[in-house]
Design a protein around this ligand. Structure first.
Ligand code: FES
Ligand code: FES
Length: 161
């Protein structure tokens, strides 16, 4: 049995037919070929699979694709404008905030949700919010520096909205 599910992903309306047990992460990766969303633990611990669902950072391994019906989803592929890096992505590059990059999509989406709501988040707040995203390479210092550096772009965006 499959369920017809429609949602918007990175601004595009999509319609998929999925088994009731299919996770949103598997749907994004296998049905929609959005492989920027990574799967580590597959049980809600590592944060690698984080995407935005109606603006909130959500672990897509813990959500069923069928539950996304009618939602607006943004994956890491949707953070940038074409080939142009977003200010947050550019800050990650500047600060060398990734090594293997496995955790990076989840950290970018988590940080994007945070800075959209709280462009003045301080280092403690950033550390608290990304504490659910496991990185085995960087030691987190450069990640926090990159997110701090990207704050100005989010503050500007808010002022001009
Ligand atoms: S793969 Fe979803 S939290 Fe680890
Ligand atoms: S950069 Fe390798 S796990 Fe974070």
């Amino acid at each position: 049995m499959t369920i017809a599910t429609r949602f918007k992903v990175n601004g595009r309306e999509v319609s998929v037919s999925v088994e009731p047990r299919t996770s949103l992460a598997d749907c994004l990766r296998h049905e929609l070929k959005l492989t920027g969303t990574h799967l580590g633990c597959e049980h809600g611990v590592c944060g690698a699979c984080t995407v935005l669902v109606d603006g909130a950072a959500v672990r897509s391994c813990l959500m069923l694709a069928a539950q996304a019906d009618g939602a607006e989803i943004v994956t890491v592929e949707g953070l940038s404008d074409g080939d142009e890096l977003s200010p947050l992505q550019a800050a990650f590059r500047r600060h060398h905030a990734l090594q293997c990059g496995f955790c990076t999509p989840g950290i970018l989406t988590t940080a994007h949700a945070l800075l959209t709501e709280e462009p003045d988040a301080d280092a403690d707040r950033i550390r608290d919010v990304i504490s659910g995203n496991v990185c085995r390479c960087t030691g987190y210092v450069s990640i926090v520096e990159a997110i701090l550096d990207a704050r100005a772009a989010y503050a500007d965006r808010r002022t001009s909205a």
